[in-house]
Design a protein around this ligand. Structure first.
Ligand code: NAD
Ligand code: TYD
Length: 360
């Protein structure tokens, strides 16, 4: 295991859960340095327990990954020997509205980090640049078939095109400069601390508020879903045992259509807060009455399905949280963590960031 791991985007959804999972891992005795620019998707509150419990091993640096000089200083200051690169603009709908930030952060930002690693690690052995990517780089599937590590890239949204581009840069640094890299391409994550613009938290919070549940198109688009802790356990396996230069697909082997997920969420929320007891719900209505089919997302990929036999076979990865259990945990988390939810919904978290991090 590495000693000084630089996590980028650690205040976001998957990154904050990763930091928690890594600190709990018995093989890891080192430090974590988190670089995050604190965009709208970040919430330093995601890590308040970590700041308290790992004071001597957790360090936060507010910084943009595109800023080469800052990252270079951070590499030297902490003697970084591993990068786990989560930082990205991550929402497809936003990439359709305004792609520029996706190009800046996902492509130029990844390039800048790779270059910092290359320059700092010239003489170093036992270092690793691990890049977190998505199954969306492979494009869209029809009714059958799966994405394999060997599937040709065919990204179709500005988000997936920017992630594909960053994957190519990471591979280019391996082949051209021998930079030790690994890449993982994972399917849709869900779980605690996900920003409520993504399907699952968005729908849960809309139900609580008694608002419509907008399902794009016919609701039959399919995604593969994985609980965030399972994704992060898989990433740790790759960091520990993955072969340099290789790509590993990670997935939950759980294909679900959007409409089936929304129906399941309606039932899960109703088990905990029955619609009849929710003061935001119109009398006599149940949560499924809130479902509204709306205009489709442009270029909406129809189906994602991932084959992850390689990581299962080569690195003994097995997911431990089946979908129904993960959904129950997730719904419970959003219903129990009202402070977190309210701070996001009211925008209060932004004031908190300004107050606490304006000097950094
Ligand atoms: P997120 O949007 O919740 O978090 C992204 C984090 O990156 C935020 O904390 C943000 O402040 C930070 N960030 C953004 N731009 C930055 C910059 N220029 N410099 C420094 N920090 C910056 O995203 P997420 O859902 O946690 O995704 C993390 C990674 O996992 C991304 O690379 C994404 O492509 C990948 N991924 C996500 C999923 C998913 O379902 N969410 C699935 C597969 C792969
Ligand atoms: P999303 O969570 O945005 O992830 P991604 O686009 O990266 O897969 O969306 C998941 C699926 O849910 C996708 O097919 C789009 C659909 N969706 C809706 O139908 N309604 C919504 O309000 C949102 C946010 C997504």
């Amino acid at each position: 295991m590495y000693n000084n791991i630089l996590v980028t985007g650690g205040c976001g959804f998957i990154g904050s859960n990763f930091i928690r999972t890594l600190f709990k891992n018995n093989n890891f005795k080192g430090n974590i340095i988190n670089i995050d620019k604190l965009t709208y998707a970040a919430n330093p509150l995601n890590l308040s327990d970590i700041e308290k419990n790992y004071k001597s091993r957790y360090f936060f640096e507010k910084s943009c990954i595109c800023n080469f000089d800052n990252t270079d200083k951070i590499f030297k200051k902490y003697n970084i020997d591993c990068v786990v690169h989560f930082a990205a603009e991550s929402h497809v709908d936003r990439s359709i509205e305004s792609p520029l930030e996706f190009i800046n952060t996902n492509i130029t930002g990844t390039f800048s980090l790779l270059e910092t690693a290359r320059q700092n690690w010239k003489e170093k052995k036992d270092v690793l640049f691990h890049h977190i990517s998505t199954d969306e780089v492979y494009g869209s599937l029809g009714e059958t078939g799966f994405f394999y590590e060997s599937t040709c890239y065919d990204p179709r949204s500005p988000y997936s095109a920017s992630k594909a581009s960053s994957d190519h840069l990471v591979r280019a640094y391996f082949h051209t400069y021998n930079l030790p890299v690994t890449i993982t391409n994972c399917s849709n994550n869900y779980g605690p601390y996900q920003f409520p613009e993504k399907l699952i938290p968005f729908m849960i919070l809309n139900m609580i508020k008694g608002k419509n549940l907008p399902v794009y198109g016919d609701g039959k688009n399919v995604r593969d879903w994985i609980y965030v802790d399972d994704h992060n356990e898989a990433v740790i396996k790759v960091i520990e045992k993955g072969i340099k230069g290789q790509t590993y697909n990670i997935g939950g082997e759980t294909e679900m259509s959007n409409i089936d997920i929304v129906n399941l969420l309606c039932e899960s929320v109703n088990d905990l807060i029955p619609a009849s007891e929710n003061k935001n719900m119109e009398k006599g209505k149940n949560y499924k009455d809130l479902i509204k089919f709306v205009k489709d997302r442009p270029g909406h990929d129809r189906r994602y399905a991932i084959n992850c036999d390689k990581i299962k076979k080569d690195l003994s990865f097995n997911q431990s949280i089946p979908f129904e259990k993960g959904i129950k945990k997730t719904v419970e988390w959003y219903l129990n963590n009202t402070d977190w939810v309210d701070s996001i919904l009211t925008g209060e978290y932004k004031n908190w960031i300004k107050k606490n991090y304006s000097d950094r």
